[in-house]
Ligand binder design. Structure first.
Ligand SMILES: Nc1ncnc2c1ncn2[C@@H]1O[C@H](COP(=O)(O)OP(=O)(O)OP(=O)(O)O)[C@@H](O)[C@H]1O
Ligand SMILES: [Mg+2]
Length: 279
């Protein structure tokens, strides 16, 4: 009996590891016409990680998030959400999957003609059987979590940039998702508000034990938030690892990106040379 145990463990271990990913991108490629945006990207995300995808503007970060929720389909390769190949899901299956994923859009994507409260209640009204009383309770709870209790009656145009981000965050939380995708959660905010939002994200994700994928090109935020990072460049993940490991990397592209320097390999080959001050 005792002798059999190690053998069993050996057999079970690789399977357990492969099966534990919340998201797995397998050889994912995507073309828009002639342009290859993603070139055989493989990346996996474990439970409760905050995986940060970093890269230049236009690198394909938002595109990766859209592939994960199935808004876009890959040219090649697959996206797995909890071991399910999402390309094999029926339309209903895909809708079900999306109820388990919260998305925080860069501009919060609130409906402008209804209040903050109504924006938060909408997914619950449309996708669940909850009563108005239950919905009210959840909305209050999420507003409180993002420190906006009492602001539910405001219209989206009455919100500052930081408040919009908070509301976007609260709306992503109402369905109690297992995975949250953040697209530039602090872009356009001042450094102090950015830090406050980052702390909020860390607190919320740790408390609710949710897994998250965050994309940003802001390095201060990236290093505050990430438990692991992956750098996307010219369609490929050129480096991944813990924030400490990324900082020590000798990869010249990553070194230039992290230092924000104009000197280095990045602009030499990229179409962005046309944005240089000389032009
Ligand atoms: N629907 C689309 N049709 C054609 N091209 C697209 C489409 N969506 C994105 N692209 C192109 O794919 C590339 C990656 O875009 P994406 O929005 O993913 O970049 P990003 O890394 O999120 O950039 P940013 O940091 O500026 O938000 C860009 O060159 C963009 O023009
Ligand atoms: Mg983007």
């Amino acid at each position: 009996m005792n002798q059999a145990e190690p053998a069993l463990e050996k057999m079970a271990a690789p399977e357990r590891a492969a099966g534990s990913h919340v998201v797995e991108l397998r050889n994912l490629s995507l073309r828009f016409g002639d342009k290859k945006v993603l070139d055989a990207v493989s990346l996996s995300v474990d439970p409760q990680e905050r995986l940060m995808i970093i890269g230049l503007s236009g690198a394909g970060k938002t595109t990766i998030l859209r592939l994960i929720v199935g808004i876009l389909s890959p040219t090649e390769g697959s996206v797995f959400f909890k071991q399910q190949d999402i390309s094999r899901l029926t339309r209903h299956g895909l809708e079900q999957m999306r109820t388990r994923i919260g998305m925080v859009y860069q501009d919060a994507a609130l409906l402008s003609s209804i209040t903050v409260r109504e924006n938060l209640a909408l997914p619950l009204q449309e996708l669940t059987e909850k009563t108005p009383g239950e919905i009210d309770k959840i909305v209050d709870e999420k507003l409180e979590l993002v420190e906006m209790a009492g602001d539910g009656g405001l219209m989206p145009f009455e919100l500052s940039g930081g408040m919009r981000k908070r509301v976007g965050l609260a709306r992503a939380l109402v369905m109690e998702p297992e995975l949250i995708l953040f697209d530039e959660p602090t872009a356009g905010l001042d450094p102090v508000v950015s830090s406050v939002i980052d702390q909020l994200i860390i607190g919320l994700t740790e408390r609710s034990k949710v897994t998250s994928i965050i994309v940003t090109h802001l390095m201060d935020s990236a290093f505050r938030l990430a438990t692991r990072m992956a750098m996307l460049h010219e369609g490929k993940i050129i480096e991944e690892g813990t924030p400490a490991r990324m900082k020590q990397s000798k990869n010249p592209v990553l070194v230039q990106f992290l230092s924000g320097s104009a000197e280095g390999p990045i602009f030499k080959r990229s179409k962005y040379h046309m944005l240089s001050p000389a032009d």
